[in-house]
Design a protein around this ligand. Structure first.
Ligand code: SAM
Length: 213
């Protein structure tokens, strides 16, 4: 993602703690208090400009969504969408997913979405890929038993790597499409990157995997 520094971003984030949760570590183990309901929680790791989580939250009011994005200059764009939509079932976290265990504990999360994650193609950067085994462990540690990861990307190399990583970790493949926009998958919500890359003619790969325990 090309980043333009926005010196005002931090201040704007601080002004909207009802949308971008301030001190998220205080909610570890009790996120349902934030939403004031008893609904499942789905998180998107690397939410970017936020279109996916916002549209998902509008389409599925019976699910709570949390979008996680590490860059404040990117999450402020998602914040604008959220201010406009004012959805009770959506929050954003301006944190690094390397530290999910600081903010969530076992059973806090029901599903993880990874959309167009940075591919980090060099093998020396493998550990930075959000489908690397250490990340798979960190998602397992905060999810319910048999929690799911839903993943899509246009990057064939990252997709193939991720399928191998999921399989080596023992995750069960429950959905696979090698060309999502030509598949009979209903209710797809396009992310910003998905729109951009599919307009360039790239195929979109998608899979769903499930933890076995
Ligand atoms: N999901 C969006 C989409 O499909 O349009 C954005 C895709 S963009 C290529 C990847 C995003 O993930 C970037 O905004 C990046 O800052 C964020 N990201 C990458 N690693 C992250 C991490 N460890 N924690 C939080 N956000 C991360």
């Amino acid at each position: 993602m090309r980043l333009r520094n926005k010196p005002w971003a931090k201040e704007k984030i601080d002004q909207h703690p009802q949308y971008i949760v301030a001190n998220p570590e205080l909610h570890k183990g009790k996120w349902l208090e934030v939403f004031n309901n008893n609904q499942p929680i789905h998180i998107e790791v690397g939410t970017g400009k936020g279109r996916f989580v916002t549209e998902m939250a509008k389409a599925n009011p019976d699910i709570n969504y949390i979008g996680i994005e590490k860059y404040d200059s990117v999450i402020v764009i998602a914040l604008d969408l959220l201010i406009e939509a004012d959805l009770p079932n959506l929050r954003l976290l301006n944190v690094n997913a390397d530290e999910l265990d600081k903010y969530f504990t076992k059973n806090d999360v029901d599903r993880v979405y990874l959309n167009f994650s940075d591919p980090w193609p060099k093998s020396r950067h493998e550990k930075r890929r959000l489908t690397y085994k250490d990340y798979l462990k960190s998602y397992e540690d905060i999810m319910i038993d048999k929690g799911e990861i839903h993943f899509k990307t246009d990057n064939q190399g990252l997709f193939e790597y991720s399928l191998k990583s999921f399989s080596a970790y023992g995750l069960l493949l429950t959905y696979l499409s090698l060309d999502l926009h030509k598949a009979d998958f209903e209710g797809n919500i396009m992310t910003e990157y998905e729109q951009k890359f599919s307009e360039m003619g790239n195929r979109i790969y998608r899979c769903e995997v499930k933890y076995q325990n």
